[in-house]
Design a protein around this ligand. Sequence first.
Ligand code: SAJ
Length: 407
Amino acid sequence: MEINVIGLGYIGLPTALMLASSGHKIVGTDFNKKLVASLQNGRIPFEEIGIEELYSEAIKKEIIFTSEYIKSSMYIITVPTPYIKASKKIDPSYIISAVKSVMEICDKGAVVAIESTVSPGTIDAFVRPIIQDKGFVLGEDIHLVHAPERILPGNMIYELRHNSRTIGADSVEVGEKVKAIYESFCESEIVITDIRTAEMTKVVENTFRDINIAFANELTKICRSDDLDVYEIIRIANKHPRVNILNPGPGVGGHCISVDPWFLVGDYPGLTNLILTARHTNDSMPEFVLERVNTIMKEKGMTDLSRVGIYGLTYKQDVDDVRESPSLQLLEKMKEHLSSGLKVYDPMIDTIIIDNQYTNFEEFLSEVDLVIVMVSHTHILNNEEKLAGKIILDTQKVLKNSIVNYL
Ligand code: SAJ
């Protein structure tokens, strides 16, 4: 089938490559001309296990990269859906603009599948009217689908093949037709439901994890206040067959778990107390890390903040994505307190994106006495011995042999 994938970011690019490798004729569209040029030249803009191989497979088949929208039988929209900071509601502008552009070129009979995560009701409120205003009859001329992705950054290619998926459609026939396309690479169950249920389910999944992590983080604060070992408590509690508490940490970043719950808060004010509190709890963790640093510095008689280093800038281990990362949140908090000077190093980031950042690990280490391990990159696990002699705050309990402080 001929498919135009719109938005070649973290989700759109692997999806386009996967569809092309599975024999579909793919046009990958992105308004970022620089990105399109690098994809045409075989340069992938981010690291992901297996993506180079998938790219090589895809270009042997039929795939082109362009900034144009191209007439196709199906359009898959994978553009960003940020939230508006003040209202906590979704900012649907990228989706609106993509759907409008599709409507300019598409023929009757086309399927428009929104893969981007959206808050419940977004498709009814913003997408359907665009299609109807163009004179198309929904369900006859244009078939709308919501097919939210579930893949984990760092393991995307594997998860595209092996995760179960949801397809929300206005009719079972259309759901089945789209399911057959995703089945060309997805080996797991594909559930067909209606569009509003698919929208809600996706946001609920990430909100569930946010709340669970917030619980672990709240336990960390409780245990710190009462001199208990939170890790031991979680380890033992999780032996209960129906308990599964996630890991505490320095905060929650990334463009999914730290964003999606806000959609619910924005849309259902007054009904989302637990969700809102969880968000606040996770957002408070970078500040909690700073409190711990303050205590540890006092204990060790340290006064010079410029001798403190942050290890890890990305939002989680072994990815090069810094969006909403706890380290960036922590540095922002420092600015609010009119404080600065922390040194920063991340092995996954080789360009300078922030003040006092180092690109050489040894040089970074030589400049600091206290290292805050914010991210558990494989790099630090393999280089743990180089931390010898440093005061360490291990925010994720990942180091094996060092004497460290925990949250
Ligand atoms: N984190 C914790 N404790 C944990 C797990 C994670 O503090 O126990 C933190 C991480 O350090 C990170 C953040 O949460 O800062 C999110 O990391 P993640 O690995 O849990 O999730 P994401 O945001 O990379 O991707 C999620 C995925 N969700 C999971 O359920 C693991 C993925 O399945 C979704 O498709 C994706 O969001 C998305 O696109 O919505």
